[in-house]
Ligand binder design. Structure first.
Ligand code: SLL
Length: 170
């Protein structure tokens, strides 16, 4: 277990959410008639991949991430959601925005401490006028999906030699 002193290695990620307004037919099919949106919160690689048209790369982060825990609002059943394989994401329906705590646990061999990120779940579109009012659902539906993503870099300082090898040979 040798650390490589003085070396930093980073991996680019994005984290955030997409959201769409449910159609009235979709709402009728749900057990929660008050839910207005379907959303997905995710942690993804920010590395570009050829032929990937999704937000973020298609790259699988599980070679160094063991688990991502998404802590949802307490109005949800089992608000603490563990995801142990790629894609590291949770999809739900709901009616309100709230802060999601995202805890990233690295593979045991890394010897790295878990990392915590915060993301404000965004359901309502920003309008061109900068008007802070929430647009009505029929207008929001015409505006299309909402995307709210942040870029970050996971930095490993003085990594263990084995972990460094794993990262660089991936
Ligand atoms: C608000 N502070 O008042 C926020 C809370 C909670 C959102 C939003 C689903 C709940 C369920 C849901 O959308 N919760 O499934 O019961 O705007």
């Amino acid at each position: 277990r040798v650390r490589v002193r003085g070396l930093s290695i980073y991996r680019p990620i994005i984290y955030g959410n997409t959201a769409t307004v449910l159609t009235s037919r979709e709402r009728d099919a749900l057990p929660h008639p008050d839910h207005t949106h379907r959303w997905t919160v995710a942690v993804r690689s920010a590395a570009s991949e050829p032929d990937s048209d999704q937000v973020g790369g298609a790259d699988d982060l599980s070679y160094f991430i063991k688990r991502v825990t998404f802590k949802l609002h307490d109005t949800y059943a089992n608000p603490s959601r563990n995801v142990d394989k790629s894609p590291f994401e949770v999809s739900e329906t709901g009616w309100g925005e709230f802060e999601i705590t995202i805890r990233i646990t690295f593979i045991t061999e890394s010897g790295e401490k878990a990392m915590t990120l915060y993301h404000h779940l965004k359901l309502h579109p920003w309008t061109a006028s900068g008007d802070p009012e929430i647009p009505p659902l029929d207008i929001a539906m015409k505006l299309g999906p909402v995307h709210s993503w942040q870029y970050d870099e996971i930095v490993f300082n003085d990594p263990y030699q084995n972990f460094l090898n794993l990262l660089t040979t991936h």
